[in-house]
Design a protein around this ligand. Structure first.
Ligand code: DP6
Length: 325
């Protein structure tokens, strides 16, 4: 009744922002992402008849804030008549700061809970369940370049290219370690209800996805850069025009964007993307990585850098749910 899984966060190049069904957590738009290799969340799930309620620790410390969402996910993965569970999460990067920690957390939780409850599920079924917990988590079941598409009452994810097919690098500039003020789920709903740009955002997503898909298939870095930056800034424009406005950026976020613009002007193969937080993710070629790191490290307000290649989707590390013969 115990299993451990590991999942890597993913970075959306064409973003998920907005829900078409809040109760089932179905996204309003498709999205396209890259799964990282070197950052991860490990989730240990142990169902235990002796427990009276679910327990959660995050990096060794009790956590009750995330517990209701974890419990709901356990219900949907293991069934509502399941035993209570002890869940231990370990993460090697800062949580709740726009680094897709919920993607890796809920992808790993879904894989571990499914296995610990003795269910045999396909990756597509696991992605669908993970997506109900957190939309971006569905993509972390898949490695490399993944596209999430809307289906009737569900989502499906396909791999457009494996990590090794186009081994780009990601440099994350951490501009603050503080937790974000509004969760992305809540912020999306504010955008849907109040932003004058929301519908336009939804309407244009298919063409942005098509452009990114084509750039991935031809490995055209400058086309991918151009559509990813456009889609990111469009998502933030939706947020900025919401009421109340949601500006996740700080001064250092803008400084990083300026640094990346300067690198681009010097011919360096790099582009930026920013999620619901103030960190800047610089996507670049392996040849460009050292210059990108040096320039971002020297940028005002950057506290730290993290670097990663692209990697595989979520997977099981261990399972002790079957009694030995
Ligand atoms: C800006 O997946 O965290 O990172 O489904 O409410 O859990 P919920 O939202 P979440 O939103 C991610 C938003 C984003 C863009 C993206 O990853 O596509």
């Amino acid at each position: 009744m115990q299993a451990t899984a590991r999942a890597q966060p993913n970075i959306a190049l064409i973003k998920y922002w907005g829900k078409r069904d809040v109760a089932r957590n179905l996204p309003a738009v498709g999205s396209l992402s890259i799964t990282l290799a070197d950052l991860y969340t490990e989730m240990d799930v142990r169902f235990d008849a002796a427990l009276a309620s679910d327990k959660l620790t995050v990096n060794g410390t009790d956590n009750i804030t995330m517990l209701p969402r974890i419990s709901r996910t356990l219900d949907s993965v293991a069934g509502a008549n399941r035993l209570c569970a002890r869940v231990a999460s370990r993460c090697n990067f800062p949580v709740a700061a726009g680094l897709a920690s919920s993607a890796s957390a809920f992808a790993a939780l879904t894989v571990a809970a499914s296995s610990a409850s003795g269910k045999e599920r396909s990756i597509a079924e696991l992605a669908s369940l993970a997506g109900r917990a957190s939309g971006s988590a569905a993509r972390s079941l898949y490695g490399g370049f993944a596209e999430l598409s809307n289906e009737a009452n569900d989502v499906s994810v396909t791999t457009l290219a494996a990590a090794e097919d186009w081994p780009l690098r990601v440099v994350v500039a951490i501009t603050t370690r503080a937790a974000k003020p509004v969760s992305s789920g809540d912020a999306m709903e504010i955008s849907r209800k109040t932003s004058p740009f929301y519908q336009r955002w939804v309407d244009e997503q298919e063409q942005d996805l098509a452009a990114a898909r084509s750039a991935v298939s031809t490995r055209d870095f400058s086309d991918l850069a151009s559509i990813a930056e456009h889609n990111c800034l469009k998502m933030h424009s939706v947020m900025w025009a919401s009421r109340p406005p949601m500006v996740y950026w700080n001064a250092a976020t803008l400084n990083c964007l300026q640094t990346i613009r300067e690198l681009q002007a010097e011919g360096v193969a790099v582009f930026f993307t920013v999620d619901a937080g103030p960190q800047v993710k610089a996507v670049c070629t392996a040849e460009a990585e050292q210059r990108v790191c040096a320039a971002l490290r020297a940028t005002d307000g950057v506290e730290a850098l993290m670097q990663s290649g692209l990697g595989a989707g979520a997977g099981l590390i261990s399972n002790q749910s079957r009694t030995p013969a």
